[in-house]
Design a protein around this ligand. Sequence first.
Ligand SMILES: [Mg+2]
Length: 561
Amino acid sequence: MAAAQITSLSFSAQPIMFHSSLPVAGNGGPRGRPNAFFCPWAPVICHGRREATPHALSDDCDFQDLLSVQHQEALTSVQALFLQHPKSSRGMMTIVDHLKHLCIDQYFQDEIGNVVDSCMDLIRSDNLLDVTLSMRLMREAGYHVSADGVLQKFANGNDDFSLAHSQDIRGLLSLHDVSQLNMGEASLYKAKEYSRKHLRSTLNYLEPNLARYVKQSLDHPYHVSLMQFKARHHLSYLQSLPTRNAAIEKLAVAEFQINKLQHQREMQEVNRWWMDLGLAKEIPAARDQVVKWYMWPMTILEGYSFSKYRIAITKIISMVYIVDDIFDLVATQEELSLFNEAIIMWNLEAADSLPSYMISCYKALYNITNDIADMSMKEHGLNSINHLKKAWATLFDGFMIEAKWLSGNHVPAREDYLRNGIITSGAPLLFMHLLFMLGHDITEENNDHMSRIISCPAKIMRLWDDMGSAKDEAQEGLDCSYKELYLKESPHGDAEEHMLEMIAGEWEGLNRECFSRTRSSLSPTFIRASLNFARMVSVMYGYDHEHRLPVLEDYTRMLLF
Ligand SMILES: [Mg+2]
Protein backbone atom coordinates (compact mmCIF):
# COMPACT_ATOMS: atom_id res chain seq x y z
CA MET A 1 0.00 0.00 0.00
CA ALA A 2 1.79 3.09 -1.12
CA ALA A 3 1.13 6.12 0.99
CA ALA A 4 0.43 9.76 0.62
CA GLN A 5 1.53 12.34 3.11
CA ILE A 6 -0.13 15.38 4.55
CA THR A 7 2.47 18.06 4.47
CA SER A 8 1.19 20.73 6.78
CA LEU A 9 -0.84 19.13 9.51
CA SER A 10 0.34 18.15 12.88
CA PHE A 11 -1.13 14.89 14.05
CA SER A 12 -0.85 15.44 17.76
CA ALA A 13 -3.94 14.01 19.31
CA GLN A 14 -5.26 16.79 21.50
CA PRO A 15 -8.61 15.96 23.04
CA ILE A 16 -11.33 18.47 22.37
CA MET A 17 -14.31 18.38 24.65
CA PHE A 18 -17.73 19.10 23.30
CA HIS A 19 -21.13 19.48 24.87
CA SER A 20 -21.54 16.17 23.24
CA SER A 21 -24.29 13.68 22.88
CA LEU A 22 -24.39 10.01 22.28
CA PRO A 23 -22.30 8.24 19.75
CA VAL A 24 -23.57 6.71 16.60
CA ALA A 25 -23.94 3.00 16.39
CA GLY A 26 -24.06 0.44 13.68
CA ASN A 27 -23.96 -3.24 13.15
CA GLY A 28 -22.91 -5.66 10.52
CA GLY A 29 -26.11 -7.60 10.37
CA PRO A 30 -27.49 -9.27 7.32
CA ARG A 31 -28.21 -7.06 4.39
CA GLY A 32 -31.53 -5.34 4.51
CA ARG A 33 -32.91 -1.93 5.18
CA PRO A 34 -33.63 -2.02 8.90
CA ASN A 35 -30.33 -3.54 9.97
CA ALA A 36 -27.88 -1.00 8.68
CA PHE A 37 -27.49 0.96 11.87
CA PHE A 38 -28.85 1.11 15.33
CA CYS A 39 -28.61 3.45 18.26
CA PRO A 40 -26.89 2.18 21.38
CA TRP A 41 -29.63 3.86 23.35
CA ALA A 42 -32.25 2.33 21.09
CA PRO A 43 -34.90 1.83 23.77
CA VAL A 44 -34.89 5.57 24.47
CA ILE A 45 -34.74 6.98 20.99
CA CYS A 46 -35.32 4.43 18.37
CA HIS A 47 -38.39 2.81 19.77
CA GLY A 48 -36.78 -0.59 19.95
CA ARG A 49 -36.20 -1.02 16.27
CA ARG A 50 -32.77 -2.48 16.63
CA GLU A 51 -30.68 -4.27 19.18
CA ALA A 52 -27.08 -3.61 20.04
CA THR A 53 -24.39 -6.14 19.31
CA PRO A 54 -22.95 -7.50 22.54
CA HIS A 55 -19.87 -5.31 22.52
CA ALA A 56 -21.67 -2.07 21.70
CA LEU A 57 -22.00 -0.85 25.22
CA SER A 58 -19.70 -2.95 27.29
CA ASP A 59 -16.43 -1.11 26.64
CA ASP A 60 -17.72 2.36 26.12
CA CYS A 61 -20.21 3.01 28.86
CA ASP A 62 -18.58 6.33 29.56
CA PHE A 63 -20.03 7.58 26.30
CA GLN A 64 -23.42 7.40 27.87
CA ASP A 65 -22.32 10.19 30.20
CA LEU A 66 -22.16 12.37 27.18
CA LEU A 67 -25.75 11.85 26.34
CA SER A 68 -27.15 15.14 25.29
CA VAL A 69 -30.72 16.12 25.76
CA GLN A 70 -30.30 18.25 22.69
CA HIS A 71 -29.37 15.26 20.60
CA GLN A 72 -32.33 13.27 21.79
CA GLU A 73 -34.69 16.14 21.23
CA ALA A 74 -33.35 16.64 17.74
CA LEU A 75 -33.83 12.95 16.95
CA THR A 76 -37.39 13.06 18.19
CA SER A 77 -38.09 16.29 16.29
CA VAL A 78 -36.68 14.87 13.06
CA GLN A 79 -38.70 11.72 13.54
CA ALA A 80 -41.83 13.88 13.84
CA LEU A 81 -41.08 15.41 10.44
CA PHE A 82 -41.93 12.08 8.86
CA LEU A 83 -45.48 12.49 10.06
CA GLN A 84 -45.90 16.01 8.73
CA HIS A 85 -45.80 15.27 5.02
CA PRO A 86 -47.43 12.66 2.83
CA LYS A 87 -44.90 9.86 2.23
CA SER A 88 -44.96 10.36 -1.48
CA SER A 89 -44.17 14.04 -1.74
CA ARG A 90 -41.30 16.23 -2.75
CA GLY A 91 -41.16 17.66 0.76
CA MET A 92 -40.63 14.22 2.23
CA MET A 93 -38.06 13.24 -0.35
CA THR A 94 -36.19 16.48 0.28
CA ILE A 95 -36.03 15.71 3.99
CA VAL A 96 -34.66 12.24 3.23
CA ASP A 97 -32.17 13.77 0.84
CA HIS A 98 -30.93 16.19 3.49
CA LEU A 99 -30.60 13.38 6.05
CA LYS A 100 -28.51 11.41 3.58
CA HIS A 101 -26.37 14.38 2.60
CA LEU A 102 -25.78 15.10 6.30
CA CYS A 103 -24.95 11.46 7.11
CA ILE A 104 -27.67 11.19 9.75
CA ASP A 105 -30.03 8.96 7.80
CA GLN A 106 -28.96 5.86 9.75
CA TYR A 107 -31.38 6.75 12.56
CA PHE A 108 -34.42 6.66 10.33
CA GLN A 109 -34.02 3.59 8.19
CA ASP A 110 -37.60 2.41 8.61
CA GLU A 111 -39.10 5.82 7.94
CA ILE A 112 -36.84 6.38 4.93
CA GLY A 113 -37.70 2.92 3.67
CA ASN A 114 -41.37 3.79 3.72
CA VAL A 115 -40.74 7.02 1.85
CA VAL A 116 -38.64 5.28 -0.78
CA ASP A 117 -41.26 2.58 -1.22
CA SER A 118 -43.67 5.36 -2.13
CA CYS A 119 -41.35 7.08 -4.62
CA MET A 120 -42.77 5.18 -7.55
CA ASP A 121 -45.46 7.86 -7.97
CA LEU A 122 -42.97 10.68 -8.29
CA ILE A 123 -40.67 8.88 -10.68
CA ARG A 124 -43.51 9.08 -13.21
CA SER A 125 -43.82 12.86 -12.93
CA ASP A 126 -42.48 15.29 -15.54
CA ASN A 127 -40.48 17.31 -13.07
CA LEU A 128 -36.70 16.84 -13.31
CA LEU A 129 -36.12 17.13 -9.56
CA ASP A 130 -38.93 14.74 -8.59
CA VAL A 131 -37.87 12.13 -11.10
CA THR A 132 -34.13 12.22 -10.47
CA LEU A 133 -34.39 12.37 -6.69
CA SER A 134 -36.87 9.52 -6.47
CA MET A 135 -34.79 7.53 -8.93
CA ARG A 136 -31.68 8.04 -6.85
CA LEU A 137 -33.34 7.13 -3.57
CA MET A 138 -34.81 4.01 -5.12
CA ARG A 139 -31.50 2.92 -6.62
CA GLU A 140 -29.74 3.48 -3.30
CA ALA A 141 -32.36 1.29 -1.66
CA GLY A 142 -31.62 -1.51 -4.11
CA TYR A 143 -34.62 -1.13 -6.44
CA HIS A 144 -34.04 -1.98 -10.05
CA VAL A 145 -34.63 1.30 -11.90
CA SER A 146 -33.79 1.67 -15.58
CA ALA A 147 -32.10 5.05 -15.90
CA ASP A 148 -32.41 5.05 -19.69
CA GLY A 149 -36.14 4.38 -19.44
CA VAL A 150 -36.82 6.91 -16.69
CA LEU A 151 -34.80 9.77 -18.18
CA GLN A 152 -36.07 9.34 -21.73
CA LYS A 153 -38.86 11.85 -21.12
CA PHE A 154 -36.31 14.67 -20.70
CA ALA A 155 -34.67 14.04 -24.07
CA ASN A 156 -35.01 16.15 -27.18
CA GLY A 157 -35.35 14.72 -30.69
CA ASN A 158 -31.62 13.90 -30.78
CA ASP A 159 -31.73 11.84 -27.63
CA ASP A 160 -29.86 14.53 -25.70
CA PHE A 161 -31.27 16.31 -22.68
CA SER A 162 -33.67 19.08 -23.64
CA LEU A 163 -32.49 22.64 -23.05
CA ALA A 164 -35.80 23.30 -21.29
CA HIS A 165 -34.19 22.13 -18.04
CA SER A 166 -30.93 24.04 -18.31
CA GLN A 167 -32.01 26.72 -15.80
CA ASP A 168 -33.54 24.35 -13.25
CA ILE A 169 -30.75 24.49 -10.64
CA ARG A 170 -32.26 22.07 -8.12
CA GLY A 171 -33.19 19.69 -10.92
CA LEU A 172 -29.69 19.92 -12.38
CA LEU A 173 -28.07 19.32 -8.98
CA SER A 174 -30.21 16.25 -8.49
CA LEU A 175 -29.49 15.03 -12.02
CA HIS A 176 -25.80 15.48 -11.32
CA ASP A 177 -26.15 13.47 -8.08
CA VAL A 178 -27.92 10.56 -9.74
CA SER A 179 -25.50 10.53 -12.67
CA GLN A 180 -22.80 9.35 -10.22
CA LEU A 181 -24.72 6.13 -9.60
CA ASN A 182 -24.04 4.99 -13.13
CA MET A 183 -23.90 1.27 -13.75
CA GLY A 184 -22.86 1.73 -17.40
CA GLU A 185 -26.00 3.47 -18.67
CA ALA A 186 -25.81 5.82 -21.65
CA SER A 187 -28.40 8.23 -20.25
CA LEU A 188 -26.35 8.76 -17.10
CA TYR A 189 -23.19 9.63 -19.05
CA LYS A 190 -25.25 12.26 -20.83
CA ALA A 191 -26.84 13.34 -17.55
CA LYS A 192 -23.43 13.94 -16.04
CA GLU A 193 -22.16 15.93 -18.99
CA TYR A 194 -25.37 17.96 -19.32
CA SER A 195 -25.71 18.79 -15.63
CA ARG A 196 -22.04 19.71 -15.26
CA LYS A 197 -22.11 21.97 -18.27
CA HIS A 198 -25.22 23.88 -17.26
CA LEU A 199 -24.40 24.04 -13.56
CA ARG A 200 -20.99 25.48 -14.43
CA SER A 201 -22.55 28.10 -16.62
CA THR A 202 -24.78 29.26 -13.75
CA LEU A 203 -21.95 29.87 -11.29
CA ASN A 204 -21.46 33.51 -12.23
CA TYR A 205 -25.01 34.66 -11.70
CA LEU A 206 -26.21 32.58 -8.74
CA GLU A 207 -26.36 34.18 -5.33
CA PRO A 208 -23.06 33.49 -3.53
CA ASN A 209 -24.19 30.77 -1.10
CA LEU A 210 -25.89 28.75 -3.80
CA ALA A 211 -22.97 29.30 -6.17
CA ARG A 212 -20.61 27.98 -3.49
CA TYR A 213 -22.81 24.96 -2.99
CA VAL A 214 -23.02 24.25 -6.72
CA LYS A 215 -19.26 24.56 -7.08
CA GLN A 216 -18.73 22.24 -4.15
CA SER A 217 -21.09 19.71 -5.72
CA LEU A 218 -19.19 19.89 -9.00
CA ASP A 219 -15.78 19.59 -7.33
CA HIS A 220 -16.88 16.80 -5.01
CA PRO A 221 -19.75 14.92 -6.63
CA TYR A 222 -22.26 13.07 -4.55
CA HIS A 223 -21.68 9.32 -4.04
CA VAL A 224 -18.09 9.22 -5.33
CA SER A 225 -16.81 11.74 -2.76
CA LEU A 226 -16.48 11.38 0.98
CA MET A 227 -19.94 11.79 2.42
CA GLN A 228 -18.71 12.96 5.83
CA PHE A 229 -16.67 15.66 4.14
CA LYS A 230 -19.59 16.77 1.99
CA ALA A 231 -21.92 16.73 4.99
CA ARG A 232 -20.16 19.75 6.52
CA HIS A 233 -20.60 21.73 3.31
CA HIS A 234 -24.20 20.65 3.02
CA LEU A 235 -24.90 21.89 6.54
CA SER A 236 -23.30 25.26 5.78
CA TYR A 237 -25.53 25.56 2.76
CA LEU A 238 -28.68 24.68 4.74
CA GLN A 239 -27.68 27.23 7.36
CA SER A 240 -27.56 29.89 4.67
CA LEU A 241 -31.13 29.31 3.49
CA PRO A 242 -33.97 31.66 4.50
CA THR A 243 -36.12 28.70 5.54
CA ARG A 244 -34.21 26.44 7.84
CA ASN A 245 -34.95 23.20 9.58
CA ALA A 246 -33.67 23.55 13.12
CA ALA A 247 -34.19 19.91 14.10
CA ILE A 248 -32.19 18.52 11.19
CA GLU A 249 -29.42 21.06 11.69
CA LYS A 250 -29.21 20.37 15.43
CA LEU A 251 -28.99 16.66 14.88
CA ALA A 252 -26.30 17.08 12.23
CA VAL A 253 -24.20 19.31 14.50
CA ALA A 254 -24.52 16.91 17.45
CA GLU A 255 -23.56 14.05 15.20
CA PHE A 256 -20.42 15.79 13.95
CA GLN A 257 -19.36 16.49 17.51
CA ILE A 258 -19.93 12.93 18.66
CA ASN A 259 -17.99 11.50 15.76
CA LYS A 260 -15.14 13.89 16.26
CA LEU A 261 -14.87 13.06 19.93
CA GLN A 262 -14.89 9.37 19.25
CA HIS A 263 -12.32 9.64 16.47
CA GLN A 264 -10.03 11.62 18.74
CA ARG A 265 -10.23 8.93 21.40
CA GLU A 266 -9.50 6.21 18.88
CA MET A 267 -6.64 8.18 17.41
CA GLN A 268 -5.06 8.52 20.84
CA GLU A 269 -5.32 4.79 21.40
CA VAL A 270 -3.81 4.05 18.02
CA ASN A 271 -0.99 6.49 18.73
CA ARG A 272 -0.23 4.82 22.05
CA TRP A 273 -0.15 1.40 20.41
CA TRP A 274 2.18 2.58 17.70
CA MET A 275 4.57 4.26 20.11
CA ASP A 276 4.66 1.18 22.32
CA LEU A 277 5.33 -1.04 19.33
CA GLY A 278 8.48 0.93 18.54
CA LEU A 279 8.67 -0.06 14.88
CA ALA A 280 9.32 3.49 13.77
CA LYS A 281 12.60 3.40 15.71
CA GLU A 282 13.51 -0.13 14.70
CA ILE A 283 12.97 0.46 10.99
CA PRO A 284 13.71 4.16 10.53
CA ALA A 285 13.55 3.91 6.74
CA ALA A 286 9.89 2.92 6.88
CA ARG A 287 7.04 5.38 6.97
CA ASP A 288 5.80 6.63 10.30
CA GLN A 289 2.29 7.95 9.68
CA VAL A 290 0.03 5.96 11.92
CA VAL A 291 -2.49 8.72 12.47
CA LYS A 292 -2.91 9.17 8.77
CA TRP A 293 -3.28 5.42 8.37
CA TYR A 294 -6.08 5.62 10.92
CA MET A 295 -7.92 7.90 8.48
CA TRP A 296 -8.66 4.85 6.35
CA PRO A 297 -10.70 2.86 8.90
CA MET A 298 -12.11 6.08 10.34
CA THR A 299 -13.59 6.71 6.91
CA ILE A 300 -14.41 3.19 5.85
CA LEU A 301 -16.18 1.92 8.91
CA GLU A 302 -18.91 4.17 10.23
CA GLY A 303 -20.74 3.63 13.47
CA TYR A 304 -20.21 3.88 17.17
CA SER A 305 -20.05 0.17 17.89
CA PHE A 306 -17.18 -0.41 15.47
CA SER A 307 -14.61 1.48 17.50
CA LYS A 308 -12.44 -1.54 18.28
CA TYR A 309 -12.72 -2.73 14.68
CA ARG A 310 -11.42 0.61 13.45
CA ILE A 311 -8.48 0.33 15.80
CA ALA A 312 -7.77 -3.26 14.77
CA ILE A 313 -7.95 -2.36 11.08
CA THR A 314 -5.54 0.53 11.64
CA LYS A 315 -3.04 -1.96 13.01
CA ILE A 316 -3.43 -4.18 9.95
CA ILE A 317 -2.98 -1.21 7.63
CA SER A 318 0.11 -0.11 9.53
CA MET A 319 1.64 -3.52 8.99
CA VAL A 320 0.91 -3.39 5.26
CA TYR A 321 2.70 -0.06 4.96
CA ILE A 322 5.68 -1.28 6.97
CA VAL A 323 5.97 -4.54 5.05
CA ASP A 324 5.72 -2.61 1.78
CA ASP A 325 8.61 -0.41 2.89
CA ILE A 326 10.66 -3.38 4.05
CA PHE A 327 10.27 -4.85 0.58
CA ASP A 328 10.93 -1.62 -1.28
CA LEU A 329 13.55 0.07 0.86
CA VAL A 330 15.20 -2.14 3.42
CA ALA A 331 15.58 -5.86 2.80
CA THR A 332 17.87 -7.84 0.54
CA GLN A 333 16.42 -10.47 -1.77
CA GLU A 334 17.59 -13.22 0.61
CA GLU A 335 15.97 -11.53 3.60
CA LEU A 336 12.74 -11.16 1.68
CA SER A 337 12.70 -14.88 0.93
CA LEU A 338 13.09 -15.62 4.65
CA PHE A 339 10.32 -13.16 5.46
CA ASN A 340 8.07 -14.81 2.91
CA GLU A 341 8.80 -18.29 4.29
CA ALA A 342 8.04 -17.14 7.83
CA ILE A 343 4.65 -15.86 6.72
CA ILE A 344 3.84 -19.19 5.12
CA MET A 345 4.95 -21.07 8.27
CA TRP A 346 2.88 -18.77 10.49
CA ASN A 347 4.38 -19.45 13.90
CA LEU A 348 6.46 -17.39 16.25
CA GLU A 349 9.43 -19.75 16.02
CA ALA A 350 9.70 -18.78 12.37
CA ALA A 351 10.75 -15.34 13.59
CA ASP A 352 14.07 -16.81 14.83
CA SER A 353 15.32 -17.13 11.27
CA LEU A 354 14.66 -13.48 10.47
CA PRO A 355 17.07 -10.54 10.61
CA SER A 356 16.56 -8.66 13.85
CA TYR A 357 14.81 -5.62 12.33
CA MET A 358 12.11 -7.88 10.89
CA ILE A 359 11.33 -9.77 14.09
CA SER A 360 9.13 -7.17 15.82
CA CYS A 361 7.24 -6.53 12.62
CA TYR A 362 6.63 -10.23 12.08
CA LYS A 363 5.48 -10.74 15.66
CA ALA A 364 3.21 -7.71 15.56
CA LEU A 365 1.66 -8.81 12.31
CA TYR A 366 1.20 -12.34 13.64
CA ASN A 367 -0.35 -11.22 16.91
CA ILE A 368 -2.69 -8.64 15.41
CA THR A 369 -4.02 -11.10 12.87
CA ASN A 370 -4.50 -13.83 15.46
CA ASP A 371 -6.29 -11.33 17.72
CA ILE A 372 -8.70 -10.54 14.90
CA ALA A 373 -9.25 -14.24 14.24
CA ASP A 374 -9.99 -14.71 17.96
CA MET A 375 -12.40 -11.80 17.82
CA SER A 376 -14.32 -13.24 14.87
CA MET A 377 -14.48 -16.63 16.62
CA LYS A 378 -15.68 -15.12 19.89
CA GLU A 379 -18.19 -12.73 18.40
CA HIS A 380 -19.45 -14.65 15.39
CA GLY A 381 -18.27 -18.23 15.81
CA LEU A 382 -16.22 -17.95 12.62
CA ASN A 383 -12.95 -19.76 12.10
CA SER A 384 -11.07 -17.22 10.02
CA ILE A 385 -7.39 -17.77 10.75
CA ASN A 386 -6.65 -19.89 7.68
CA HIS A 387 -8.26 -17.31 5.42
CA LEU A 388 -6.33 -14.51 7.10
CA LYS A 389 -3.02 -16.38 6.93
CA LYS A 390 -3.65 -17.03 3.27
CA ALA A 391 -4.44 -13.36 2.68
CA TRP A 392 -1.06 -12.39 4.17
CA ALA A 393 0.73 -15.06 2.14
CA THR A 394 -0.96 -13.74 -1.02
CA LEU A 395 0.12 -10.20 -0.21
CA PHE A 396 3.70 -11.31 0.42
CA ASP A 397 3.65 -13.26 -2.86
CA GLY A 398 2.54 -10.08 -4.60
CA PHE A 399 5.38 -8.10 -3.02
CA MET A 400 7.85 -10.88 -3.94
CA ILE A 401 6.74 -10.73 -7.57
CA GLU A 402 7.20 -6.95 -7.63
CA ALA A 403 10.63 -7.31 -6.01
CA LYS A 404 11.67 -9.91 -8.60
CA TRP A 405 10.48 -7.74 -11.49
CA LEU A 406 12.49 -4.88 -10.09
CA SER A 407 15.68 -6.76 -9.29
CA GLY A 408 15.60 -8.61 -12.63
CA ASN A 409 14.81 -5.43 -14.62
CA HIS A 410 11.77 -7.24 -15.92
CA VAL A 411 9.01 -5.14 -17.42
CA PRO A 412 5.69 -6.87 -16.85
CA ALA A 413 2.72 -6.63 -19.17
CA ARG A 414 0.21 -4.01 -18.01
CA GLU A 415 -2.44 -6.59 -17.23
CA ASP A 416 -0.02 -8.72 -15.19
CA TYR A 417 1.17 -5.67 -13.33
CA LEU A 418 -2.37 -4.54 -12.54
CA ARG A 419 -3.51 -7.98 -11.42
CA ASN A 420 -0.60 -8.10 -9.01
CA GLY A 421 -1.02 -4.41 -8.13
CA ILE A 422 -4.53 -5.04 -6.87
CA ILE A 423 -3.07 -7.50 -4.37
CA THR A 424 -0.19 -5.26 -3.33
CA SER A 425 -2.56 -2.33 -2.79
CA GLY A 426 -3.26 -4.14 0.49
CA ALA A 427 -6.99 -3.59 0.01
CA PRO A 428 -7.93 -7.28 -0.42
CA LEU A 429 -6.08 -8.12 2.79
CA LEU A 430 -7.81 -5.29 4.66
CA PHE A 431 -11.25 -6.34 3.42
CA MET A 432 -10.60 -9.97 4.31
CA HIS A 433 -10.04 -8.96 7.94
CA LEU A 434 -13.04 -6.66 7.88
CA LEU A 435 -15.23 -9.35 6.40
CA PHE A 436 -14.69 -11.70 9.33
CA MET A 437 -14.85 -8.94 11.92
CA LEU A 438 -18.29 -8.08 10.61
CA GLY A 439 -19.39 -11.67 10.93
CA HIS A 440 -19.36 -12.75 7.29
CA ASP A 441 -17.95 -16.02 6.10
CA ILE A 442 -16.71 -16.87 2.63
CA THR A 443 -19.16 -19.15 0.89
CA GLU A 444 -19.58 -20.46 -2.62
CA GLU A 445 -22.60 -18.21 -3.05
CA ASN A 446 -20.99 -14.93 -2.05
CA ASN A 447 -17.46 -15.56 -3.30
CA ASP A 448 -17.74 -13.94 -6.75
CA HIS A 449 -19.72 -10.96 -5.54
CA MET A 450 -17.32 -10.47 -2.68
CA SER A 451 -14.26 -10.67 -4.94
CA ARG A 452 -15.70 -7.96 -7.16
CA ILE A 453 -16.77 -5.73 -4.32
CA ILE A 454 -13.20 -5.90 -3.04
CA SER A 455 -11.31 -5.78 -6.32
CA CYS A 456 -13.13 -2.68 -7.67
CA PRO A 457 -11.96 -0.34 -4.89
CA ALA A 458 -8.55 -2.05 -4.86
CA LYS A 459 -8.12 -1.37 -8.57
CA ILE A 460 -9.31 2.21 -8.13
CA MET A 461 -6.66 2.62 -5.46
CA ARG A 462 -3.86 1.12 -7.54
CA LEU A 463 -4.72 3.26 -10.56
CA TRP A 464 -5.02 6.49 -8.56
CA ASP A 465 -1.75 5.75 -6.80
CA ASP A 466 -0.04 5.01 -10.09
CA MET A 467 -1.24 8.17 -11.79
CA GLY A 468 1.40 9.64 -9.52
CA SER A 469 0.53 13.32 -9.70
CA ALA A 470 3.18 13.48 -7.00
CA LYS A 471 5.39 10.88 -5.51
CA ASP A 472 4.93 10.20 -1.88
CA GLU A 473 7.61 12.22 -0.15
CA ALA A 474 8.14 9.73 2.58
CA GLN A 475 8.60 6.72 0.38
CA GLU A 476 11.53 6.60 -1.97
CA GLY A 477 10.96 3.11 -3.28
CA LEU A 478 11.41 2.20 -6.89
CA ASP A 479 7.96 0.83 -7.55
CA CYS A 480 6.87 0.31 -11.09
CA SER A 481 3.65 2.02 -12.12
CA TYR A 482 0.77 1.37 -14.48
CA LYS A 483 1.30 4.81 -15.99
CA GLU A 484 4.90 4.04 -16.94
CA LEU A 485 3.90 0.72 -18.45
CA TYR A 486 1.11 2.36 -20.44
CA LEU A 487 3.47 4.99 -21.79
CA LYS A 488 6.02 2.34 -22.73
CA GLU A 489 3.37 0.59 -24.80
CA SER A 490 1.68 3.76 -26.08
CA PRO A 491 4.25 6.59 -25.99
CA HIS A 492 1.84 9.08 -27.56
CA GLY A 493 -1.20 8.06 -25.54
CA ASP A 494 -2.81 10.04 -22.75
CA ALA A 495 -2.08 7.80 -19.78
CA GLU A 496 -4.04 9.88 -17.30
CA GLU A 497 -7.16 10.00 -19.42
CA HIS A 498 -6.93 6.28 -20.02
CA MET A 499 -6.53 5.59 -16.30
CA LEU A 500 -9.40 7.90 -15.34
CA GLU A 501 -11.61 6.01 -17.79
CA MET A 502 -10.56 2.76 -16.16
CA ILE A 503 -11.36 4.20 -12.73
CA ALA A 504 -14.81 5.29 -13.97
CA GLY A 505 -15.34 1.74 -15.26
CA GLU A 506 -14.46 0.32 -11.86
CA TRP A 507 -16.93 2.69 -10.22
CA GLU A 508 -19.64 1.41 -12.53
CA GLY A 509 -18.74 -2.15 -11.60
CA LEU A 510 -18.82 -1.26 -7.93
CA ASN A 511 -22.22 0.42 -8.35
CA ARG A 512 -23.58 -2.72 -9.99
CA GLU A 513 -22.43 -4.75 -7.02
CA CYS A 514 -23.70 -2.29 -4.44
CA PHE A 515 -27.12 -1.36 -5.78
CA SER A 516 -28.58 -4.78 -6.23
CA ARG A 517 -30.77 -6.03 -3.44
CA THR A 518 -30.66 -9.58 -4.69
CA ARG A 519 -26.99 -9.94 -5.42
CA SER A 520 -25.68 -10.93 -2.03
CA SER A 521 -26.12 -11.35 1.66
CA LEU A 522 -23.27 -8.99 2.53
CA SER A 523 -24.23 -6.44 5.14
CA PRO A 524 -24.84 -2.79 4.29
CA THR A 525 -21.89 -2.02 6.55
CA PHE A 526 -19.50 -4.07 4.42
CA ILE A 527 -20.90 -2.65 1.18
CA ARG A 528 -20.62 0.87 2.55
CA ALA A 529 -17.05 0.12 3.62
CA SER A 530 -16.21 -0.80 0.05
CA LEU A 531 -17.82 2.41 -1.27
CA ASN A 532 -16.13 4.51 1.41
CA PHE A 533 -12.78 2.97 0.55
CA ALA A 534 -13.23 3.90 -3.11
CA ARG A 535 -14.32 7.41 -2.07
CA MET A 536 -11.25 7.84 0.12
CA VAL A 537 -8.77 6.97 -2.61
CA SER A 538 -8.90 10.26 -4.50
CA VAL A 539 -8.56 12.12 -1.21
CA MET A 540 -5.47 10.16 -0.20
CA TYR A 541 -3.84 10.45 -3.62
CA GLY A 542 -5.26 13.73 -4.90
CA TYR A 543 -2.12 15.86 -4.80
CA ASP A 544 -2.23 19.42 -5.99
CA HIS A 545 0.57 21.20 -7.85
CA GLU A 546 2.23 22.12 -4.58
CA HIS A 547 2.49 18.48 -3.64
CA ARG A 548 -0.17 18.81 -0.99
CA LEU A 549 -3.38 16.97 -0.32
CA PRO A 550 -5.83 19.82 0.20
CA VAL A 551 -8.98 17.74 0.59
CA LEU A 552 -7.33 15.40 3.04
CA GLU A 553 -6.14 18.40 5.03
CA ASP A 554 -9.64 19.88 5.15
CA TYR A 555 -11.19 16.53 5.91
CA THR A 556 -8.75 15.89 8.74
CA ARG A 557 -9.38 19.30 10.26
CA MET A 558 -13.14 18.79 10.08
CA LEU A 559 -13.26 15.30 11.48
CA LEU A 560 -10.36 15.15 13.89
CA PHE A 561 -9.20 18.54 15.14
MG1 LIG B 1 5.83 -1.47 -2.86
